[in-house]
Every structure is written in structure tokens, then in C-alpha cells.
Design a protein. Structure first.
Length: 177
């Protein structure tokens, strides 16, 4: 296994953020978290100023699109969201600039450029799907493989297709309608 790349931020891009943000948030994936301040109230109601730092862990995350591992500072909330969305590249593409921060925007640019290179390299070998097989494409595949809405209507098998393939499981169900 290759050693993970260490990404050090040399230039932090200016962000269009209305709220105040910390520099620390630009050097990792913090999911929009920042240092919070408040009062620690004792039993005698004496208030003492204190701060709460986000729970940040140094982790190595595998990027499927970049096909390499990245060593980053990530908050536990961002780790949960990465797991929930299904990977680092989906997290980076779906989150807003405010939640990503400087490091997230840099990773987003890397992911987008890698995806564009992959599309350009595979565009030569791809062929259009014939209309007779178009209805076999499942609905739950990844969004990058989905066909446009106009051709999605063709995906439902017509009566002629059902008559050609009598072993189709939904044949009897569709005929009853």
C-alpha cells in the first residue's frame, strides 16, 4: 500500500462566507464546526468563561476517484457524514463552501478534475445503449450512469417487448393491469 499524501495548504482561497470562520477550519474537514465560547456555570451559579473545541481526529481517508489515500484532520461529525453519503468524493461534491472550508474546496477541485479526466478517457470507448436493452437498466444505479428523463420513459417495457420475452417475471402482473 502506498503511503498517504500529506496535503499542506499553502494558499487558502478567499471564501464567500457571511459568518466568521477560523483559520483552523481551512486546514481540515470540519463540517462547518468552529470553536464555541460560553460560560461554565458551577453549582453556586458562578460563571466562568470557557471554550469548546470541535472533536477533530487525524485520519487517513481513501478516495475512490483519486485512487489514493489522503491524511486529513477530520471532525467526527464530518466522518459520520462521509460514511452516510458513501465516500469522500460524494461528501466533497454535495456540501456547501461554508461547510467544506479551504481544504475541502481544494479536494473538491482535485475530485472534479479527476472525474473530468476519467470521462474524457472513457468517452472514446463508450457506445450508446440500444433501445431494445434500455429498459433493463435498473433505477437504483449511480446518478452518473443514469439516462436523461426523456429516455427514462423508454425504460418501461412495452407490450411488444413483453411478448418477445415471455420469461419476464413481471409479465403476468403487467398483463393483469
Amino acid at each position: 500500500m502506498r503511503a498517504p499524501k500529506l496535503y499542506g495548504v499553502t494558499y487558502v482561497p478567499t471564501l464567500k462566507i457571511t459568518q466568521q470562520h477560523t483559520k483552523r477550519g481551512d486546514y481540515g474537514l470540519y463540517d462547518g464546526l468552529r470553536v464555541r465560547a460560553g460560560d461554565q456555570v458551577s453549582k453556586s451559579k458562578h460563571c466562568t468563561k470557557r471554550t469548546w473545541n470541535p472533536n477533530v481526529q487525524k485520519t487517513t481517508l481513501w478516495s475512490e476517484v483519486l485512487s489514493e489515500s489522503l491524511q486529513l484532520r477530520v471532525s467526527t461529525g464530518a466522518l459520520k457524514m462521509i460514511d452516510r453519503l458513501g465516500g469522500l468524493y460524494r461528501y466533497v461534491l454535495q456540501m456547501s463552501e461554508e461547510r467544506l472550508g479551504g481544504m475541502g474546496i481544494q479536494i473538491q477541485d482535485l475530485v472534479i478534475s479527476a472525474m473530468q479526466e476519467r470521462v474524457q478517457s472513457t468517452k472514446v470507448f463508450t457506445q450508446p445503449i440500444p433501445e431494445s436493452k434500455l429498459w433493463r437498466i435498473s433505477r437504483w444505479q449511480d446518478s452518473e450512469d443514469r439516462v436523461p428523463n426523456q429516455t427514462a420513459r423508454i425504460m418501461v417495457p412495452s407490450v411488444e417487448v413483453l411478448l418477445k420475452f415471455p420469461s419476464f417475471r413481471g409479465f403476468r402482473l403487467l398483463i393483469k393491469w
